[in-house]
Design a protein around this ligand. Sequence first.
Ligand code: NAD
Length: 303
Amino acid sequence: MSDAIRFEDKVVIVTGAGGGLGRAHALLFARHGAKVVVNDLGGSAQGEGANASAADRVVEEIRQAGGTAVANHDSVTEGDKIVQHALDSFGRIDVVVNNAGILRDKTFHKMEDADWDLVYRVHVEGAYKVTRAAWPHMREQGYGRVIFTASTSGIYGNFGQSNYGMAKLGLYGLTRTLALEGRKNNILVNAIAPTGGTRMTEGLIPPQVFEQLKPELVSPLVVFLASEQCQETSGLFEVGGGWMGKVRWERSLGAGFDPKAGFDAEDVADHWQQICNFDNAAHPADNMEALKEMMANLQKYAG
Ligand code: NAD
C-alpha cells in the first residue's frame, strides 16, 4: 500500500462543490486533511439564478465531520475573487479543481448565441479565471496541482452538445499547454472526463445505473492527482463507477507523397486506406514527436 495521502497545510479550491461531483471531491479532500474552499454559485443546472445554501451546506457537512472549509459563492467567471477568498481565509492556494459546470443542450441548428456563450463562459472562461489567479502563487511557492473537468462528450462528441463538447475538449487543450508551462515550477496539470449520477445526468442515465454511478467514486482519482505523491502531468483520465483509465492520442503512420512532384485529391483517394490504417500506429506525446513522420517524409524526398 502506498504512503497515506495527506493535505495538512494545503489549501484546495473545488469549484461547483455545492452538489454532485464537486461536493464529493470537497468532502474527500477534507477527509484527507485539506483546508477546502467550497465554491458554488448555486444556480440551476442550466446556469440560471444563484443560491448561497448549496456551498454552505457542504461546508457544514465538512465541519461536522471535523474538517476545515469555508464557503464561497462567487461565479467562477470571477475566479480572482475565489482565489482571494482562499488567500484571505487560509493564506495560500495549492490545488485548484475546476469542476463547476452547466448544460445548455441543443442541436446545432437550434443553438443560440446565448447557449453557446454561457457554456463557454462557465466552463472555459471560468476555469481560466480561477486557474489564472492561482497560477502566480503556485509558481512562487514551487508547488501546484490543477485538475480540469473535461467530458467524454468533448472527446467523442455527443448529440445535442456541440457547445458543451467544444468547451470540454477546450479544457484538455488548456491542460496540455499548462502542463508544459507549469512543469519547471512543480505545477502539475491533468484533466478528468468523469461519469457520475448527479442532477446533470439525472433522466439521461437509466435509474439503476444512475444509482450505481455514485459521484464519490470519481473523487479518489482527483485527490490522487492533487497530491504530492502524484507526478503525472498532461494526462486525461476517464473515470466513473469505480473504474478509471488513461486516454491518449493515437495517429496512423499515414501516407507520404513527394512534395516536389506534387499530388492531387485523387492520390489522396487512392491512399485513403493507408491514411486511415491504425496498424503500428504512433502515439505522439508532444509536438516534436507529432512532427516526426512529416519530417521523415520531407527528408525522404529531399535533394
Ligand atoms: P452538478 O450540476 O451537480 O454540479 C455542478 C455545480 O457547478 C453545481 O453545484 C452548480 O451550482 C455549480 N456551478 C455552475 N455554474 C457555476 C458558476 N458559474 N460558478 C460557480 N459554480 C457554478 O453537475 P456534476 O455532474 O456534478 O458536474 C460537475 C462537473 O463534471 C461539470 O463540469 C460537468 O460538466 C462535469 N461532467 C459531469 C459528468 C457526469 O456524468 N455527471 C460527465 C462529464 C462531465
